[in-house]
Design a protein around this ligand. Sequence first.
Ligand code: B12
Length: 316
Amino acid sequence: MANFATRMRELRKHRGLQQAQLAEALGLAQTTIGNYEQHTRFPDERNLNKIADYFEVSLDYLLGRSDSTLTADRILTFRAHDAPGRTTLSRSAGEYLNRLLNGQQQQAFESVISSIVEGGMSVREVYREILEPALKAVGSMWETNEIDVYDEHFVSHATESLMGQLRSFLVSGPPTKGTVILAPVPGELHDIGLRMVSDFVEAEGFRCVFLGANTPTGGIAKALIEKKADILAISATLTFDVDAVADALRRVRSAASRRGRKHLRIVAGGQAFTFDRTLWERVGADGFAANAEEAVQVIASFAPDAREHRRDGRAT
Ligand code: B12
């Protein structure tokens, strides 16, 4: 387990500095640095902060309490790969991510619960305003090398687990509307966004069958037929997966039509469809939504009831 002395030595060596050079940079005596690294002296509060600022690490990291070098401030104002300067997360999203990047999963979950209980946030707002922005920040921080790939995996798994716990507060009562099958296009591992869509749509009274990543196209088609679903929600995140969606939709439509499910309506979504807002039509979908709230509206408009109403001229 690292402690202050070992962290001091590691950070100094990582910067390629001699003790004398670090002492000069910090305005301290070389013997003081030597004593810190020997664990025979410990800095006062002012010098501790000075050292953390100089190496741009958190106090927790400096003291060996965390393995993340990132300070809360650097997480709150992360460096986005697609925007100049630093982008600011909301306080609640920043706190959630800060806790997770410091390996404090339980405290991260508690911070979300306190946003609900004390901050008056709804579970939907938690998804939209805490979990989604925190995940997107993680993607940027990974791309700009501020965090490691294992941080990204950890945060996404922890978030999925939290969503599993929050879902029961979002969805209540048995489904009263149609059945929706939800699946990412085969080959695509990103499925958290689609799971959010599933939870929101389920909360509106639909029966959602969320298939998760890497379900083969044949399995998606079979689920549509056996579950008697009239709506498919398919997602793609990686730009190069758009062609795979077109291929999957051709095959699914043909299989569904052979088995008498001719009224199948398909909504496409996910980040791959957000760069060019005409892509969903080109892959053969019937609709698109940019986020989980909009997805609910599009799916509701596809529901058999809504279609009946339209035919009767009773609703738009
Ligand atoms: C977590 C994550 C992963 C996890 C996924 C875990 C999981 N179970 O989902 C893991 C670690 C597996 C992963 C792997 C990879 N990833 Co990744 N990942 C991310 C990250 C950080 C978050 C994704 C996420 O959950 N976002 C939050 C959700 C809520 O947002 P969302 O997906 O946009 O969903 C919303 C809307 O789009 C919409 N929506 C979503 N789906 C649907 C579907 C329908 C029907 C509708 C209507 C709406 C809808 O509603 C949602 C809620 O509002 C992103 C960063 C980012 N910017 O998102 C990178 C990111 C998506 N990954 C990226 C990359 C490059 C990869 C890898 C190729 C990395 C690698 N070299 O291995 C692999 C690819 C693996 C594969 N074959 O798919 C890039 C993609 C670049 C691109 N445009 O192509 C990103 C953007 C990171 C980056 N900045 O570069 N990743």
